[in-house]
Design a protein around this ligand. Structure first.
Ligand code: GDP
Ligand code: MG
Ligand code: ZN
Length: 310
């Protein structure tokens, strides 16, 4: 029997089997894969189950993952934890106001998603709020530059349902990771897509989340028939993992496009001569903010590497 992992709680797993949710355990001697991860099974995994004579469900095989997101243990950088797998789409929920999502955060998120091989779409929520002129400018900027790079941008309001029906069709037949800072309206959006969900929203749950030590347990649920949502409490863990500066431009589609024309094939597009990327930024073929955020990321990696290799 083939099932899918919805939730992991210690040694028990909630598995979706046809249209039922059943508890299951791992087969006693389970062959760990080569990845040095702390968990053998993750939310989103497809598994093969077998029912014992006693009526218990036993997981005896994990199917190959299409992709997965992984986080590094803060204590041991060689220990990694798979947060979720088999993700078709990362839907990044952002807001222009209350709170404002920074472009730096958006670009770091996109780069990480690219590194995990997950397509990204952006939703600007809370467009019912009255925006200042500056905020309108930011809205226009987001809706201009990201689609040009290949990331669709939608906008809507979880409160007055504006644009929500568009989201239903984006989610259809997919497993979607819904991400974004606390307070941008993720839970409100999901509740308005499925009125029976009743996810906690608002300030109380936010404060609660911040005060607690973040145990990042992702869960998966079916929001509409054959539309799955992966909900992960920790968004800070979603980041580029153990990459070298030379790899980063591979995760910026707009920069990568031009980097093939740089004089040096290991060009970091900082101050190297005859850099096609810098030229493209000057010609506004690459958005200046994207380039700046790229530079921040490589500088950040260099700083970390410096202290680790010292
Ligand atoms: N004005 C406005 N407020 C919203 C909208 N969506 C959510 N909110 C409010 O933003 C706050 C945070 O929402 P919540 O769904 O808990 O955000 P989450 O932390 O991303 O899950 C709540 O007070 C919501 O009522 C929206 O579209 N417009
Ligand atoms: Mg929430
Ligand atoms: Zn270059």
């Amino acid at each position: 029997m083939k099932g899918r992992i919805l939730q992991t709680t210690g040694s028990w797993y909630q598995v979706l089997l046809d249209d039922k949710i059943v508890p299951a355990r791992l087969k006693g001697k389970f062959k760990l894969e080569e990845l040095d991860t702390t968990n053998p099974i993750a939310v989103g995994d497809f598994v093969t189950l077998e029912k014992t004579e006693g009526g218990e469900f036993i997981i005896n095989e994990i199917h190959n993952r299409n992709n997965y997101i992984i986080r590094q243990s803060p204590r041991n950088k060689h220990q990694r934890h798979i947060i979720a797998s088999n993700i078709d789409l990362a839907l990044l929920i952002v807001t222009i106001a209350q709170p404002r999502t920074s472009l730096g955060f958006i670009d770091r998120f996109i780069a990480a998603a690219e590194s995990f091989h997950i397509p990204v779409k952006i939703v600007i929520n809370k467009i019912d709020l009255t925006l200042s002129n500056k905020e309108k400018e930011i809205f226009d900027y987001l809706t201009l530059i990201y689609p040009q790079i290949g990331y669709e941008v939608f906008s809507g309001s979880a409160i007055n349902m504006n644009g929500i029906n568009d989201l239903n069709s984006i989610l259809e037949n997919k497993t979607t990771l819904v991400a974004g800072h606390s307070g941008v309206g993720k839970s409100t959006l999901l509740n308005s897509i499925n009125k029976e969900l009743n996810l906690k929203t608002g300030k109380i749950s936010e404060k609660w989340g911040k005060g607690m030590h973040t145990t990042t347990f992702a869960t998966m649920f079916e929001i509409l028939p054959n539309s799955f949502i992966i909900d992960t409490p920790g968004i800070k863990e979603f980041m580029l993992l153990q990459v070298e500066p030379e790899e980063v431009s591979g995760y910026f589609k707009d920069i990568k496009e031009f980097s093939e024309d740089c004089q040096f094939n290991n060009c970091l597009h900082q101050n190297e001569p005859n850099c096609a990327v810098k030229k493209a930024v000057e010609n506004t073929q690459i958005a200046a903010t994207r380039y700046e955020n790229y530079l921040h990321i490589i500088q950040n990696i260099k700083d970390i590497n410096y202290w680790e290799r010292k």
